[in-house]
Design a protein around this ligand. Structure first.
Ligand code: MN
Length: 261
């Protein structure tokens, strides 16, 4: 591709975004590729629009009791972040139990139920006061974790990647537009395995609010439309095995259910 066609592509996508066209297609851009790579979308409730996912950010240890169970002091640590690959998304429709594959290489596969914020815009060094203006909507997600690998790699001072950022590691429900739900500053968040309550907390126990997460993240990365943020899990994470059914809940969102297969 020469410089002119690269600029042409950029201009096409930019104009599409300006015109409110959320889904510029590869065909529109005029780029020719030897094969297709599937983009990642999350269905948006109440219409036919799909949310195009650009990046998946996750915040670590954002509930004090969970930080303690992971062996750190929540009062002394600023928030930290990691990413999952975009195609780690596994969309889970409400009202059904979707199969979720038990991944290779782990013998301690953990659930983490989390509120997910989805951005419609972004920027760098976003002020706390305006951070929530960038939120398009919310969903409920699972930050599935190969805990044994996460811990082992951490102990060796190696990247967490293989423990957190693998295929299907980000189950998520449909996206609700802000107008449908408002912002989530409080409300029950829980997770059951085979009907037994495992995690049970309140969103108001987050150490860093969604606004603070956006502001802090934007100091390290330029946030953009299409970015989603897994906002951390409460205490009592734990393992699942094949055959287990996980049910997740956040007040104001439909439950999400997966069966480990
Ligand atoms: Mn998490």
């Amino acid at each position: 591709m020469d410089r002119r066609s690269l600029f042409g592509t950029t201009a096409t996508l930019g104009l599409g975004a300006l015109a409110g066209c959320a889904l510029p297609s590869v065909a529109q851009s005029g780029v020719k590729t030897p094969f297709n790579v599937a983009p990642t979308y999350i269905p948006i409730v109440g219409g036919e629009l799909m949310f195009p996912v650009r990046r998946i950010y996750c915040i670590g240890r954002n509930y004090a009791a969970h930080a303690r169970e992971m062996g750190s002091d929540p009062t002394r640590e600023p928030p930290f972040f990691f990413q999952k690959p975009t195609d780690a998304i596994q969309y889970v429709a409400p009202g059904q139990v979707s199969d979720h594959p038990y991944p290779a290489l782990t013998q301690n596969y953990h659930y983490e139920v989390e509120l997910v914020a989805a951005l419609q815009s972004g920027g760098r060094n976003i002020a706390m006061a305006s951070a929530l203006e960038h939120v398009y909507g919310y969903s409920l997600g699972l930050d599935m974790t190969r805990r044994d690998l996460q811990r082992a790699l951490g102990d060796q001072k190696k990247p967490w990647e293989i423990g957190k950022s693998f295929d299907h590691s980000a189950p998520i429900g449909p996206l609700h537009r802000l107008a449908q739900t408002g912002h989530f500053t409080q409300g029950a968040i829980w997770l059951k395995v085979n009907g037994v309550m495992k995690q049970n907390a309140n969103l108001n126990q987050m150490l860093w609010s969604v606004a603070e997460q956006i502001s802090k993240l934007s100091e390290a990365f330029e946030l953009m439309a299409g970015d989603i943020i897994y906002s951390g899990t409460p205490e009592n994470v734990g393992p699942v095995v094949r055959g287990d059914v996980i049910d997740c809940h956040i007040d104001g969102l439909p439950n999400l259910s997966v069966k480990i297969v």
